[in-house]
Write a protein that binds this ligand. Structure first.
Ligand code: HEM
Length: 419
């Protein structure tokens, strides 16, 4: 086995440094050791003896795409995070994102109905109205933690609409549980609980909502995702409650945290690059789609996904051995200078902009990419139309190697500017 790379991208210390500092390390890896063998990642989720021996860090855009599109060679079933989770927790809480075909194909198939073009169109109008309502509810105040009051609420409410969750306690648990499920390394969450308990408690909170919904929908089926799930059959059997619970946890994390943090990074980017904001405001409809894609590339909200090698495979001059683990670093691929000109510039006119923020393709490609983009589009349009002088203060970032998260973002604006 190769020796460990001196550029360690698996330590907590590394992930505590700012994005720009980390990117310099990734740039060096892309240039000199694009597929590097890394030591065991720091982890507080499992005992050290259960932790992985090491992993391959995949940092180039084309390698990430190649691996993503070979699901028979690169499996999801051993987990998706750099850090290992105890098996029962992983299987119980992450559903089809930690499965391969055929189970993955079946479960993903059930949810896919919810993402039909017809449903997306209905949701689009609804999303726009919700964005406007949320902004108008905070606009008179002139200041807010925009994460708490806007970016967290928007995907949270849309997610609840998928499952027709209306009961206030369940809405609360779904939104808070989704936030907690990706926060197992963050001091705000680990001050009271061990990291594994942060994850497990969040999963339980979400599963409880799922069980209550499932019980209700079996008696009162409707036109919502939970009604389809309780009715779905695979190999002649219906899903058990624990499978439904895992499914709900996956959907909550995937739908909420990603979109929320992408929006916050967008606001930070427009603050850091005022000329890009001026350009956007000069012709909103012309630049909006480009802005959405550039915010996505820039934010790389999911920093990595993990895979497990199922058979020896040659790539980039290295042999990945059966049983090895690897991490696809989307954050690095999205700054790959062989693909993106001036990758460290935020440029809403970038064209083409073939970012891999939703994954590198293949069967696990983000199921909610259309919806995520829709939410971002309406959020950007309405925020900058209704709060054109929005000014952003110091962000507070989530401590995580998985989610490029913004926990808090103080913002001010003039209530009487904008439409
Ligand atoms: C900015 C928003 C979003 C980003 C950046 C994002 C990113 C991703 C990424 C990187 C993956 C893994 C891809 C892979 O392994 O190849 C993924 C998977 C997934 N996403 Fe998203 N996502 C977003 C929004 C959403 C939304 C709104 C939903 C649902 C309403 C959603 C549902 C899912 C699901 C269910 C999966 C698992 C797919 C599978 O394993 O087959 N995502 N997403």
């Amino acid at each position: 086995m190769a020796t460990f790379s001196p550029l360690n991208v698996g330590s907590f210390e590394f992930w505590e440094t700012p994005f720009d500092v980390r990117e310099k390390v990734f740039a060096e890896l892309r240039a000199n050791d694009p597929i590097s063998w890394q030591g065991p990642p720091d982890s507080l989720l499992v005992e050290p003896e259960q932790n992985t021996d090491g992993f391959w860090a995949i940092t180039k855009y084309e390698h990430i795409r190649e691996i993503s599109r070979k699901p028979k060679v690169f499996s999801n079933s051993e987990g998706i995070f750099l850090e290992d989770l105890p098996e029962p927790v992983r299987v119980g809480a992450l559903s089809f994102i930690v499965q391969d075909a055929p189970e993955h194909t079946f479960l993903r198939g059930i949810v896919s109905n919810a993402f039909s073009p017809r449903h997306m169109k209905t949701l689009e109008d609804w999303t726009r109205d919700l964005v406007i309502d949320l902004i108008e509810s905070i606009r008179p105040k002139g200041e807010a933690d925009i994460c708490e009051e806007f970016t967290k609420q928007l995907p949270g409410r849309i997610f609840c609409s998928f499952f027709n969750i209306t009961e206030p306690q369940q809405v609360h648990d779904a939104i808070e549980g989704a936030e907690m499920i990706v926060s197992w390394n963050d001091p705000d969450f680990t001050k009271d609980h061990e990291p594994i308990m942060v994850f497990a408690n969040a999963a339980e909170m979400l599963q409880d909502v799922a069980y209550a919904l499932a019980e209700d929908r079996r008696k009162n089926p409707g036109e919502d995702l939970m009604s389809w799930i309780v009715d779905a059959e695979f190999e002649g059997r219906k899903l058990e409650d624990w499978e439904i619970g895992g499914f709900f946890v996956l959907m909550a994390g995937a739908a909420n945290d990603t979109t929320r943090h992408a929006m916050a990074h967008g606001m930070l980017a427009f603050e850091q690059f005022p000329e890009q904001k001026a350009l956007l405001l000069s012709d909103m409809e012309k630049y909006l789609d480009g802005a959405v894609d550039e915010v996505l590339r820039w934010s790389s909200v999911i920093l990595h996904m993990r895979r497990q090698v199922m058979e020896d495979y040659e790539i980039g001059g290295k042999t990945l051995k059966k049983g090895d683990k690897l991490a696809l670093f989307y954050c690095s691929g999205n700054r790959d200078e062989d693909i993106f000109e001036h990758p460290m510039e935020f440029d809403i006119t970038r064209s083409p902009n073939r970012h891999i923020t939703f994954g590198g393709g293949g069967p696990h490609f983000c199921l909610g990419s259309v919806l995520g983009k829709q939410m971002l589009k309406h959020a950007i349009r309405e925020v900058y139309t209704r709060m054109p002088d929005l000014s952003i203060g110091e962000p507070e970032y989530l401590a995580s190697s998985f989610m490029h998260g913004v926990k808090h973002l103080p913002a001010t604006w003039s209530p009487d500017k904008g439409v």
